[in-house]
Design a protein around this ligand. Structure first.
Ligand code: PGU
Length: 404
């Protein structure tokens, strides 16, 4: 018999979102008449807008012509890599520092190979579960142990609590030397957005402690406040200590199309002097054969002038949903953060268990949410509401939340 990868066995629980889907199915089976609305998983619902969609169609059509046909594109179509560098980074990076992927989640998973099983990991608590689960799968996290009195965490992972007390920005003194820091802003799940001073202190801490930041900017296009940084590279010296992952999923409605990118600047070196960029290129070439050419043509269309207007329109739409949800919760006297510059609203239910609140909202309102404890120990007593949904469903959900 083959033996199981012990890192799999080390995972404490199933992946959060399938668990929520299972609970939804069980509830639906027991209540066949309930019209359940999901404000749970952050999955886009609105059609891809016409200009971007025409880019996808064009990409498919080109593949059927002799001149337009293309096969493997390794690290991505050069035109798309150039466009990303100019639209998001003011041409700061060469195309060999930008790697096109099939999504930010997939890159986060593959990035762990760079660090190996001995890596020390630090995460915001709460955080997008893939940082922790991916680290456990890579063997970096050791086993499960009690982290706090009433919840748990992994040995080998340093949890950096982000709570109302610290304005949802962690105490950087807790970060161990020489660790990989996963940092997400606008944050999933809290919706908090780190400001320039906070990100400057993060970069300075990373440099002085010999750390590498993996900065997840998947929600950067939801930022409306012009003073808030949309990329870690707005911060001086970040290109020496930070990798950035990003995605077309939320801004262009590509959750099902699958397209993202990573920036791995050449200036980042390991303690032994080798280039992280060269290793990432080696990993991509060895176990990833690039994103779909069709998706990449769609991505290119989404970044020209008409496409950028569509990104604005689509993200404005979801931000409109976020405002409705936040208002509905605030009216119930709940303290919320997020929902501005972010598609997630993080609501506190003081003294309550977040899975219990999740069940109560499902039973009373027939609305699916995501329990905060699923994102880490400091998520206890919180529930995340996602603003991805059709407007009529969001309005109906807001009405039903009055029953809470
Ligand atoms: N990064 C962050 C911070 C995310 O929240 C998500 C999606 C991704 C990356 C995924 O990006 P892709 O480019 O589409 O791979 N988070 C959603 C969906 C759940 C999931 O498992 O990814 C969420 O509800 O948190």
């Amino acid at each position: 018999m083959i033996t199981r990868n012990l890192n799999m066995a080390n995972l404490k629980a199933g992946y959060l979102f399938p668990e929520i889907a299972k609970r939804r199915r069980e509830f639906a089976a027991a209540h066949p008449d309930a019209k359940i609305i999901s404000l749970g998983v952050g999955n886009t619902t609105e059609p891809i807008l016409p200009h971007t969609n025409a880019g996808l169609v064009n990409g498919a059509q080109k593949l059927g012509t002799a001149q337009g046909y293309s096969g493997y594109q390794d690290e991505g179509i050069a035109r798309l890599r150039e466009k990303i560098s100019s639209v998001f980074y003011k041409d700061k990076f060469g195309i060999d520092e930008i790697f096109i992927s099939d999504g930010a989640k997939c890159d986060i998973g593959r990035l762990q190979i760079l660090f190996g099983s001995g890596a020390k990991i630090a995460v915001q608590d709460p955080s997008y579960p893939v940082y922790v689960d991916g680290s456990v799968l890579a063997g970096a996290a050791g086993g499960w142990e009690e982290y706090a009195a009433n919840s748990g965490g992994y040995k080998g992972i340093t949890y950096l609590p982000c709570t109302a007390e610290n304005n949802f920005f962690p105490n950087l003194d807790l970060i161990p030397n020489n660790s990989v820091i996963y940092f997400c802003s606008p944050n999933n799940p809290t919706g908090a957005v780190a400001d320039r001073a906070q990100l400057t202190s993060l970069v300075n801490a990373a440099i002085s402690k010999g750390c590498l930041i993996v900065f997840d900017a998947a929600y950067s296009e939801f930022i409306r406040d012009p003073n808030l940084p949309k990329t870690i590279y707005e911060i001086d010296k970040a290109q020496t200590c930070a990798i950035e992952v990003n995605s077309f999923s939320k801004p262009a409605g590509f959750t099902g199309v699958r397209l993202g990118w990573s920036v791995v600047p050449k200036a980042i070196k390991y303690s032994t002097g080798e280039s992280v960029n060269a290793d990432w290129s080696r990993i991509a070439g060895t176990i990833f054969n690039g994103a779909s050419n069709i998706a990449q043509e769609g991505g290119l269309a989404s970044l020209d002038d008409d496409g950028i207007k569509e990104i604005r329109e689509l993200t404005d739409f979801y931000l409109g949903n976020a405002k409705l949800i936040r208002n509905a919760l605030t009216k119930k006297g709940l303290t919320c953060i997020g929902g501005e510059n972010s598609p997630y609203i993080w609501a506190k239910f003081p003294g309550r268990d977040s899975w219990e609140v999740f069940s109560e909202i499902l039973e009373k309102c027939h609305v699916v949410t995501t329990p905060g404890a699923g994102f880490g120990p400091a998520g206890q007593s919180f529930v995340r509401f996602s603003a991805f949904g059709h407007r009529a469903d969001v309005e109906e959900a807001c009405k039903r939340l009055e029953k809470l």
